[in-house]
Design a binder for this molecule. Sequence first.
Ligand SMILES: [Zn+2]
Length: 75
Amino acid sequence: MFKLKPCPFCGGEARGWCRSATITQADEIDYNGYVSCTKCPAKMRSTYQHVLGPEAIADAARNWNARGAVTPPAT
Ligand SMILES: [Zn+2]
């Protein structure tokens, strides 16, 4: 299981989730992954659609954590 950094905007707890997006020509369901803050509207999406929901969430989690890392520290 991946670890989510706290929200870079408000420090709130982040939650990962996914939603089925499109049915491909092979009748597979693709998933969009999301990480959203539980306290403010901050949200990050996965870079690609994935066949497996957990992979989509992990993708979104990587994006979320990368954004947290580039946020300048509050001084
Ligand atoms: Zn937040």
